[in-house]
Design a protein around this ligand. Structure first.
Ligand code: F6P
Length: 539
């Protein structure tokens, strides 16, 4: 257990300072409180941290033995203790590293063999050598949910400029609207359906997979040729009728929300090709090496974790906004919601005792500049503080639209500056006076135009969102969440909190379809079921 006392004491004094004044006092502040790995630069100077705070924060890493836990993870120890599993998603991107031993077995030969099979399959699909009943595949539908959807869906959108394969679609929700809207307009004879499910039991995914199979059969497609599966449960993929040659397996040491690097990333590989996918893996591997080697104060995942801890556990800000100024990172906030909130949204430490500090924060966000015209009002003038994490590429993929990219950059930098700088009452009064207002009306109007400022933000900047850079960014966030979890003393790799709802949904199924009475359910649930039945929702 780490000791938070010193940091809380520091907060008492540092918390009363002004970020802008810290820049005036230290001309080197931007350099001192930035770190760079390869082409990624993380600037955390627009926060209230100073050297003593950073020292106290990095001390948490030593107290919690981040180095030891990190070595245990990369070394294949069963650090996911509540599920008794190793955590080795890093092996999936260990392209030219050495052996990775788990349970006395080197997992790398199997990992590399599966990767090679994926490449072979992708090349065959992309070239048309492997085709559907109606010819070369035009479309791919990835059916999965949670980690079996968010990772590949986010990645496929992020790397859209590199797509040169079939079109990719993603279906996750059990709401029939999702699959109906996706399949409408696709050709059942030239669509490849990928059923992505680690367990191959997830209700949403299996329901959508059965719907897709029926659609394909009715439309003259051939599920034997046009279905593939990504799963740890090959007995179940066979029982579903999926051709073994189209099944790509992985081990239980790959957590769902960490699985985009292996078979669950097949849709991405089909879209951008094996070379692009390799570059993505190499970006992740580069971040692994950095995370393992860099000193705490230069270690990007550690720094992101510590700044997050400073804002949430010490300053008490309840949420964190992720604001990519990159339309193609539109799904990143949703991906990070699962990564952070499923990993660190817990109340007990590894040993079962209650946590002494709040667990991970609520993570939310939207791409800029859209958010500016929606919720930034609250971020600038609301009563609460929302630490913002901005992200921006130096250049876009549209050289003809470089002017628009410059506007995007200017907006991103303007927001972090505005949050820090704010606008005082006197400045607001001067503006109102310029507009000809005076007296009580000037005073009243000026108050609405005050920005408190001193609101913290960080900025991650990169040259261009290539597959390599994107791989670095995803691995950066994975390790950040791991470091946060170590410092809280929790197991970031289980997710027992999703179980109860699943169990109750299963038991409510017969009540909703009318084959079982609602007796024994609470009054609210029974009344809601009754409403559904009276309005045409019964079987
Ligand atoms: O319900 C949570 C969860 O278990 C996630 O952790 C996981 O990513 C998702 O469901 C999907 O699981 P599966 O890949 O086994 O279908």
């Amino acid at each position: 257990m780490v000791d938070w006392t010193h940091l809380k004491e520091l907060h008492e004094t540092v918390g009363t300072r002004q970020i802008l004044a810290m820049f005036d006092a230290d001309p080197n502040r931007a350099e001192t409180f930035s770190a760079q790995v390869g082409d990624l630069r993380f600037d955390y100077s627009k926060t209230l941290v100073d050297a003593p705070v950073m020292e106290a924060l990095t001390d948490l890493c030593d107290q919690a033995d981040v180095a030891g836990r990190r070595a245990a993870m990369f070394g294949g120890e069963r650090i996911n203790e509540t599920e008794d599993r190793a955590v080795l998603h890093t092996a999936l991107r260990n392209l030219d590293g050495g052996p990775v031993i788990s349970g006395a077995i080197d997992v790398m030969p199997e990992v590399l063999a599966t990767l090679e099979r994926m490449r072979f399959f992708s090349d065959a699909v992309r070239s048309g050598e492997k085709a559907g009943a109606g010819g070369a595949f035009t479309d791919i539908v990835n059916i999965g949910i949670g980690g079996s959807d968010l990772g590949p869906a986010m990645a496929a959108l992020a790397l859209a400029p590199y797509h040169d394969g079939p079109r990719c679609h993603f279906v996750s929700n059990v709401d029939g609207a999702h699959i109906a809207d996706t399949l409408r307009g696709l050709d059942p004879k030239t669509t490849l359906v990928i059923v992505a499910s680690k367990t191959f039991t997830t209700i949403e995914t299996m329901a959508n997979a059965r719907t897709a199979r029926a659609w394909m059969e009715e439309g003259g497609g051939d599920p034997a040729k046009q279905f593939a599966a990504l799963s740890t449960a090959q007995d179940k993929t066979a029982a579903f009728g999926i051709n073994d040659a189209h099944v790509f397996g992985f081990e239980d040491w790959v957590g769902g929300r960490y699985s985009v690097w292996g078979p669950i990333g097949l849709s991405l590989m089909l879209a951008i090709g094996p070379k692009g996918f390799d570059a993505f893996l190499r970006g992740g591997q580069a971040m692994d090496r950095h995370f393992q080697a860099a000193e705490w104060h230069e270690n990007l995942p550690v720094l992101l974790a510590l700044i997050g801890i400073w804002h949430h556990q010490i300053c008490g800000y309840p949420t964190r906004a992720v604001l990519p100024y990159d339309q193609r990172l539109a799904r990143l906030p949703a991906y990070l919601q699962q990564l952070e909130m499923e990993s660190n949204g817990k109340s007990v430490a590894m040993d079962g005792s209650a946590l002494s500090v709040p667990s991970g924060p609520i993570v939310w966000g939207e791409p800029g500049t859209n958010g500016q015209h929606a919720f930034y009002q609250l971020i600038h003038q609301g009563t609460g503080v929302v630490p913002c994490e901005f992200m921006i590429a130096a250049q876009g993929h549209e050289p003809d639209l470089a002017y628009q990219h410059r506007l995007l950059v200017a907006n991103c930098l303007a927001q972090s500056e505005a949050l820090m700088r704010g606008r005082s009452l006197d400045e607001a009064r001067a503006r109102m006076a310029d507009k000809g207002l005076e007296g009580a009306e000037l005073e009243r109007q000026a108050r609405h135009r005050v920005f408190p400022g001193n609101r913290p933000s960080t900025t991650l900047v990169y040259p261009l969102l290539t597959p390599f850079v994107f791989g670095q960014i995803v691995a950066l966030y994975e390790h950040r969440v791991f470091v946060e979890g170590i410092i809280f003393g929790i197991n970031s790799y289980d997710q027992w909190g999703v179980e109860l709802g699943k169990e109750l949904a299963t038991s409510l199924g017969p009540v909703v379809d009318g084959t079982q009475s609602a007796a024994g359910k609470d009054g609210s649930t029974a009344a809601l079921v009754d409403f559904v039945h009276r309005h045409g929702g019964a079987a």
